[in-house]
Ligand binder design. Structure first.
Ligand code: C5P
Length: 230
């Protein structure tokens, strides 16, 4: 049985304000996608990275520079299409385990990825990392700026990656993608197919590098890792 990963890196990075795909943004001299692959290295056997079709060579070079051996394939128009392309490239057996991970969550703790794998080995169809919500949440303000009602944060969790599945579950979920067109993650697709998905504890370092203020946070983590941090 193989443990494989699809790392999605085919997004544009427009919210980050970078002129290159977000996954190629350098953090302490190493591309985000390479950080993501290296952090998963100790728990997976093989990796496929989805890249923008016009950046395949740049993605391969960024991974090779960091000593990462990964197959790079073209992503799709949507994240879901990119994941489907990655799954197809992996040629998985039904009982294999597959992690679906965003390059943008490059610093997720390896122990979190390991916990998702353990949960699937223990019998779940899939497992995802989640964190409690620490901010007060409200319904979005109206046009005049008046705020909406508070939403009970105790009943909510923020979802991270890697989202980990038996291969047959991930493949089935993405075959049925049309049935859950609003899904922004893989667990939602899997649940729409009736599969049982469980949660494990995520980690703050699994945040998605998305906005202009995020790279400095990522650099701090990278320096901490270089200094032997958690
Ligand atoms: O846009 P967002 O931050 O939600 O993207 C999450 C992840 O999905 C990123 O790592 C991005 O590179 C990837 N993605 C992809 N193909 C797309 C869109 C996003 O692989 N078409």
């Amino acid at each position: 049985m193989t443990i494989a990963a699809v790392i999605t890196a085919a997004g544009s990075g427009s919210r980050l304000g970078a002129d290159a795909p977000k996954a190629l943004v350098l953090i302490e001299g190493r591309a985000l996608v390479a950080w993501a692959a290296l952090r998963l290295d100790e728990v997976v056997d093989s990796v496929v990275v989805t890249a923008p079709a016009d950046h395949l060579d740049a993605m391969r070079a960024a991974l090779a520079d960091a000593g990462v051996g990964a197959l790079v394939v073209s992503g799709g128009e949507t994240r879901q299409a990119s994941v489907a392309a990655g799954l197809a490239a992996l040629e998985l057996d039904p009982d294999d385990i597959v992690l679906i991970h965003d390059a943008a969550r490059a610093f997720q703790e390896p122990s979190v990825a390991a916990a998702t794998i353990e949960a699937v080995r223990a019998g779940a169809d899939g497992a995802i990392p989640v964190l409690p919500v620490v901010d007060t949440l409200i319904a979005a303000p109206g046009a005049d700026g008046s705020i909406g009602d508070v939403v009970d944060r105790d009943g909510l969790r923020a979802v991270q990656t890697p989202q980990t599945f038996r291969a047959r579950v991930a493949i089935d979920a993405h075959r049925r993608a049309a049935e859950a067109p609003a899904a922004t993650d893989d667990a939602t697709l899997a649940r729409a197919g009736g599969h049982r998905i469980v949660a494990v504890d995520g980690h703050e370092w699994g945040f998605k590098v998305t906005r202009p203020g995020d790279p400095p946070l990522a650099r701090g983590i990278a320096r901490s890792l270089a200094g032997g941090g958690a």
